[in-house]
Design a protein around this ligand. Structure first.
Ligand code: ADP
Length: 547
């Protein structure tokens, strides 16, 4: 007879996270700036209890195991209640990114076969505009009070408070297989239709444990965390689970993510940790610099989604004494893939050398395996120099897209079970990874690769530059050469020479862009990253002066 482990079966289902929070940190607060304006407070006990009311309301509407329940909503406590309420009964919480094109939103809702949609009032016009294309949604729950219901042309719409009012706070949660799906999030779909990533209870719980490790997100019960990163952006990088799991308080920004609003929430509620993409931090820092403001309580920010520009890193660390955790990941990795927490050896290096380490994307926490390969799938050395396609494997990483998308009947994994991230990176002997580009963004000049990320990061180091993007433009001799596209700070101007001077000495000479183009604004995609596809379209007929 084979011997098996003699320990308890304790299915890893996410309802256990909020149940744990209710029992152990009932009065730890979740503070929300509501979409209507006022700031309201609740706590983990109340979120748990109201989530049960959501569960009962969903059950009364016939929502069953694995049915998709969609949200089009900002980070708020009501949104959190809906998550745990839907997931607790085994239905799948599908976060839709409202910044996508309305047609894409309708496509995604139909592909997911969403049955019910919870929506913030700010997105009502958006939903009303595409309502005739929504084929599967039977009911709309509007996040508002019973007496605050706005006028709407949506059929079968109800206010959130009326929807859960009178429902019991008693409901059986969990009690199903840990591999039951619990969340659905579509990738941004910069090429073709978006693809759905279907998280399981197990993968989300394991991801929660992983993010809760000190060298990962580094948060504890002593923290107040402001997730600026939206819940529709890969589960707010897991914070919607990690905070209740460790007992950290949450400060939810609602719909307002401009510099002044974020600053107000950070200081008013003495936030210790926050997480957002670089563009958000850029807005905050500009607001603070313009108004001579301080950040007395903030100790750490997690920055990811795109590479951290050196200027942001230095300003946080050197001017405000805030530690920066540079993170890399993607929807397909739940999303945490690496964090740039320094090793003891790195901490012994000079300040400047430490900054260089922190600009890299960092180390894989336990549960993530990485390798880099060449075009033929052959593994490349971990020498911190050789770069190749970044592949990942692990306990919370996609195996198959929802409905098998993107696989052409085959697998999206290689023969060893690794997923190709579409990023190009190098890894050093200590496992520190550095993204040099996205595969489709690398600039291929004379058979060699130029990192668009490097050019951009150095360019935004110029104090007058608001944003920068580098793309490859056709060149008859070199195939492609870099064009640097610059958005200046309001009211500022610069010459091409001035911008190129900024790069001098910091890159190999042959990387120097062949031209600089100035634009009023660099287009951003649905998750706040530079939309290179739009830029390539805009500059498709561009002729380089060197061509
Ligand atoms: P998310 O929605 O979580 O941003 P996406 O799937 O839209 O995930 O995008 C993931 C991609 O974002 C990565 O493959 C990578 O190209 C880019 N990215 C994320 N974090 C970083 C980072 N710290 N540095 C550079 N690129 C990053």
């Amino acid at each position: 007879m084979t011997l098996i482990g003699k320990m308890q079966e304790w299915p890893l289902t996410v309802n256990k996270v909020i149940e744990h929070a209710k029992l152990n940190y009932p009065r730890q607060r979740v503070i929300t700036r509501t979409v209507e304006g006022p700031i309201v407070e609740t706590n983990y006990a109340e979120i748990h209890d109201r989530a049960k009311q959501v569960s009962n309301a969903l059950k009364a509407d016939g929502i069953q195991m694995t049915d998709r329940v969609a949200t089009l909503a900002w980070n708020t406590s009501r949104h959190m209640e809906t998550w745990f309420g839907a997931m607790g009964i085994g239905s799948v919480l599908h976060t839709i990114n409202p910044r996508l094109h309305p047609e894409q939103i309708a496509w995604i809702a139909n592909d997911a076969e969403d049955k019910i949609l919870f929506v913030d009032t700010t997105f009502l016009p958006l939903v009303e505009a595409v309502k005739d294309h929504l084929k599967t949604i039977e009911k709309f729950v509007i996040y508002c009070d019973a007496d605050g219901m706005p006028e709407t042309s949506l059929a079968n719409a109800v206010s959130y408070e009326a929807y859960i009012n009178g429902q019991s706070q008693d409901c059986v949660w969990g009690d199903f297989d840990e591999n039951t799906p619990c969340g659905l999030c579509y990738t941004s779909g910069t090429t073709g239709n978006p693809k759905g990533v279907l998280y399981s209870h197990r993968s989300n719980v394991l991801h929660t444990l992983m993010t809760g490790m000190t060298d990962a997100l580094g948060i504890s019960i002593h923290d107040r965390v402001l997730p600026v990163v939206p819940m529709f952006h890969a589960n707010a990088w897991g914070l919607t689970f990690t905070c209740p799991a460790v007992g950290a308080e949450m400060v939810m920004p609602g719909a307002q993510m401009d510099g002044a609003s974020i600053y107000e929430m950070l200081t008013k509620y003495k936030v210790t940790t926050s997480a957002a993409v670089p563009t958000v931090w850029m807005m905050l820092l500009q607001h603070m610099e313009a108004n001579n403001l301080e950040l007395p309580d903030l100790t750490r920010v997690v920055i990811g989604g795109s590479a951290v520009p050196e200027r942001i890193l230095r300003t946080f660390q050197e001017k405000y004494g805030v530690e920066v955790g540079h993170a890399w990941g993607m929807t397909e990795t739940s999303p945490l893939g690496t964090v740039g927490s320094l090793t003891p050896e790195q901490k012994k290096l000079s300040e400047e050398a430490q900054i260089a380490c922190k600009l890299k994307q960092g180390r894989a926490p336990f549960g993530v395996e990485m390798k880099i390969v060449d075009d033929n799938g052959k593994e490349l050395p971990r020498d911190g120099e050789t770069s190749g396609h970044l592949l990942v494997r692990g306990m919370a990483i996609v195996d198959t897209y929802y409905k098998g998308a993107g696989a052409d009947g085959g697998s999206i994994l290689d023969k060893d079970g690794f997923f190709d991230t579409g990023d190009v990176a190098n890894i050093d002997e200590n496992g520190f990874m550095q993204i040099t580009d996205r595969s489709k963004d690398v600039i291929k000049s004379g058979g060699e690769w130029i990192s668009s990320i490097d050019l951009e990061n150095i360019a935004v180091g110029h104090p007058k530059v608001a944003n920068a993007a580098a793309i490859g433009i056709y060149h008859p001799k070199w195939d492609e050469r870099p064009l640097l596209i610059i958005q200046m700070n309001e009211g500022e101007t610069a010459t091409k020479e001035e911008i190129l001077k900024q790069l001098e000495g910091k890159i190999a000479k042959w990387w120097t862009p062949d031209d600089v183009a100035f634009v009023d604004s660099i287009p951003l995609g649905a998750t706040g990253k530079i939309n290179k596809l739009a830029l390539r379209e805009q500059f498709k007929d561009y002729k380089l002066p060197t061509a």
